[in-house]
Ligand binder design. Structure first.
Ligand code: BGC
Length: 284
């Protein structure tokens, strides 16, 4: 039986297309013009969702992602907005409501790093990271919750009133010297997510996080682009390979679908075991 199945990846691809687990749903993915956000936006479309591709820089790349999404037979809008600004976020949700009729899935993905030794960290470095990574997730989650409550349940579409997927990091629990602003923002995302989940579970709004480890994207290019840096990185990854954006996008589709209907308030680590204290493999 197992031998007769197609190779794993191809099997999943066919199943996803056949099942269309997110058919009729409308997803907003922030920071969706590159990296993990782009992979999630495309995977949501492959699962049948209409997608708003939020981005801040690069109209061309965002439009190209939206075009690729339309190629999967669903609707797509590329929308430029700075998620850290309320004056940008509110009109983005208004446009989604006007053009797609509402929202079923929010993926809070937009995030950045501005690394510095702590004693040299400027207010600008602190505020920018907290602003995008934490305040941005607050603003988008608040608008999504308002919309979910207004819209009401569509049982033929989903068992939940709405779903929020926060892209956090292993650094919501692993301290990170030289990246204090980033670790603080992700620690904040953890308890923001869990508190939202607690507050709205009885309304059947689910809120969860994916915590990526080292994923091959522009944000951490320095950590994987040379053989030397890649080998150093692998000392932190028990599974001995870097993660790819699709490792995250498949988890995101699962968290957005009814397959995870009993999951809320969870931090799901997709990290090749980075959280397993790899330094203790041969020590302690
Ligand atoms: C960071 C990456 C880093 C990874 C593992 C992520 O949240 O954005 O730069 O490689 O955590 O440390």
């Amino acid at each position: 039986m197992w031998e007769s199945m197609p190779e794993g990846g191809a099997y999943w691809d066919k199943e996803l297309l056949r099942m269309q687990k997110l058919k009729g749903q409308r997803a907003l993915v922030t920071g969706a013009s590159s990296g993990i956000g782009k992979a999630i936006a495309i995977e949501m479309a492959r699962a049948g969702a209409d997608v708003v591709v939020n981005y801040l820089y690069g109209d061309d790349v965002a439009n190209a992602v939206a075009d690729e999404i339309r190629g999967h037979g669903v609707r797509a809008i590329a929308h430029r907005a700075d998620v850290s600004r309320e004056a940008d976020v509110v009109p983005m949700f208004e446009r989604m409501e006007a053009e797609l009729g509402g929202i079923d899935i929010l993926v809070n993905n937009a995030g950045l790093q501005k690394d510095a030794d702590f004693h040299d960290m400027t207010m600008e470095q602190w505020n920018t990271v907290i602003g995008v990574n934490l305040t941005g997730q607050f603003l988008c989650s608040r608008e999504a919750i308002r919309a979910f409550r207004r819209q009401g349940l569509r049982p033929e579409i989903s068992k939940a009133l709405g779903k929020i997927v926060c892209i956090s990091s292993v650094h919501e629990v692993i301290p990170w010297a030289g990246h204090v602003n980033y670790a603080a923002s992700k620690g904040g995302v953890m308890l923001m997510m869990k508190s939202i989940a607690q507050e709205y579970a009885s309304m059947r709004i689910r809120c969860n996080s994916i915590c990526p480890g080292a994923i091959r994207t522009p944000i951490n290019q320095g950590a994987w682009e040379t053989e030397e840096s890649y080998n150093a990185l692998m000392k932190l990854v028990p599974y001995k390979r870097i993660g790819e954006p699709d490792d995250i996008s498949k988890a995101a589709v699962w968290l957005a679908s009814d397959d995870s209907d009993y999951v809320t308030g969870a931090s799901i680590f997709v990290d090749g075991g980075m959280l397993l204290y790899p330094g203790f493999e041969n020590g302690g």
